[in-house]
Design a protein around this ligand. Structure first.
Ligand SMILES: NC(=O)c1ccc[n+]([C@@H]2O[C@H](COP(=O)([O-])OP(=O)(O)OC[C@H]3O[C@@H](n4cnc5c(N)ncnc54)[C@H](O)[C@@H]3O)[C@@H](O)[C@H]2O)c1
Length: 416
């Protein structure tokens, strides 16, 4: 296995921490750099189990800091970027859209430009791939910033790539032409065959972008910049759009961890509108596995959708959580149903998201590994078993972790 130097941005967040853990454990010969600004959503305690591994390093940095990132590219000879850092909460984007534009759009642009300058400045091993005008034979055009080789890399070449993680929300909202659902309960699968769930339509890789919230608009914009860097400069890019993730280490402002914690502490469960909105849910480790497969085997300039055909109305999902938490805590069935509290709907709340990931299944062989029932059981148990992790966040203690554990260079203090 070749040695690689990979930056994973947003590695202290929910999905990023699972990606960092997977790469650090699976690829001991890779040098994995977790780059994160540690906003309120970043928590290094998510990575306690791997923080002293020799192939792991944490760097506290803002993705908007172009100079610092360009320097990091040079110092660490970065050949792969897996970009997850973002402002990710729709409700916050409605209150403060500027922060979303800054981080998600300008931050992504800053990474792209730094990567472009560094990779273009390198001799052949780091040449950028340019396959949008594909010819049958690999071709080099020396001395041109557009120089590239097509499709195949020479033995010495490093397959550098910029992999941007995005969301299904960029596609907009789908109609609910079957509000009662067709043949629920649905199975978590990778192919659309026979799955109609709450509507006939799905998001495909070719679906036109139509974002509705400031969050999805900022992600859509960043996706366009990533593709533009391929089409204009030959940057070796990949974009993936994934459905809602659930699992351990999610910041408890998001539905699933928030509600598990509230059920445990007998606090109200605020449900937007009538709870009729439909989302497609994927276990976070299945997303991380997809990212691994796509980073290594995905085709440059391609888009892949990632999802599990696992559509749930919010209110049904909440009832499953209530049932699971009550059972595990030994409460009688239905004990916590009285906590459901309907509140004014979110502005511009999209009715239904449903993603088709058949392309990923057929081209790269990825499939979700878990059924939703297993995933939600694992998730509920994890949050109930890790009350200390939750308490550290709700008390704000987690924000001191970096100061206590790390030097400013990202090295653990125990390494003195
Ligand atoms: N959570 C989901 O269901 C979901 C679904 C599809 C796609 N995504 C995308 O996956 C990515 C990760 O999502 P998540 O849910 O793990 O998010 P998250 O909010 O849990 O984590 C985001 C991380 O990015 C870091 N960050 C934010 N601004 C930064 C900046 N300026 N510089 C450096 N680091 C910064 C935060 O500190 C945090 O660690 C995002 O790009 C999101 O759009 C998320």
């Amino acid at each position: 296995m070749a040695k690689r130097n990979i930056v994973i941005t947003g590695g202290a967040g929910f999905i990023g921490s699972h990606v960092v853990r997977l790469f650090v454990n699976k690829y001991p010969e890779y040098n994995i750099i977790n780059l994160d600004k540690l906003t309120y959503a970043g928590n290094l305690a998510n990575l306690k189990d791997i923080e002293d591994k020799p192939n792991y390093k944490f760097v506290k940095m803002d993705i908007c800091d172009f100079e610092a990132f360009y320097q990091l590219m040079q110092d660490e000879k970065i050949d792969g970027i897996i970009h997850l850092a973002a402002e990710s909460h729709v409700d916050r984007s409605i209150k403060d859209p500027f922060t979303f534009a800054k981080t998600n759009v300008m931050g992504t642009l800053s990474l792209l430009q730094a990567a472009k300058l560094y990779w273009e400045s390198q001799p052949e091993p780091y040449k950028m791939v340019h396959n949008y005008q594909q010819s049958s034979e690999p071709e080099f055009i020396e001395g041109n910033s557009d120089s590239c080789h097509i499709d195949r890399l020479s033995d010495q070449s490093v397959d550098c790539r910029f992999y941007h993680i995005s969301t299904d929300e960029v596609y907009g909202a789908l109609k609910m032409n079957h509000p009662e659902g067709i043949e629920p309960p649905f199975k978590t699968v990778a192919s659309s065959e026979g799955h109609k769930a709450y509507g006939d339509e799905f998001f495909y890789e070719t679906t036109k972008y139509n974002p509705h919230s400031p969050y999805s608009a900022s992600k859509a914009s960043s996706d366009h910049f990533v593709r533009a860097y391929h089409d204009t400069y030959g940057m070796p890019t990949i974009v993936t759009n994934c459905s809602n993730n659930y699992g351990p280490y999610q910041f408890p402002e998001k539905l699933i961890p928030l509600f598990i914690n509230n059920i445990r502490h007998r606090k109200p469960l605020p449900v937007y509108g009538k709870g009729e909105n439909v989302r497609d849910w994927l276990y976070v480790e299945d997303h991380a596995r997809a990212i691994d497969i796509i980073f290594h085997n995905g085709k440059i300039a391609e888009t892949y959708n990632i999802g599990g055909f696992n559509e749930w109305k919010n209110i049904d999902l909440i009832k499953v959580m209530i049932k699971t938490v009550d059972r595990i805590l030994g409460n009688p069935e239905g004990h916590s149903l009285d906590l459901i509290t309907y509140v004014t709907d979110r502005l511009g709340h999209d009715a239904r998201y449903a993603i088709d990931s058949t392309k990923l299944q057929q081209e790269l062989g990825w499939e979700p590994s878990l059924q939703f029932e297993e995933g939600i059981e694992k998730t509920v148990r994890w949050y109930l078993d890790n009350q200390e992790w939750m308490d550290n966040i709700t008390s704000g203690e987690y924000e001191k972790y970096y100061e206590e554990m790390y030097h400013s260079n990202g090295k653990l203090k125990t390494e003195n």
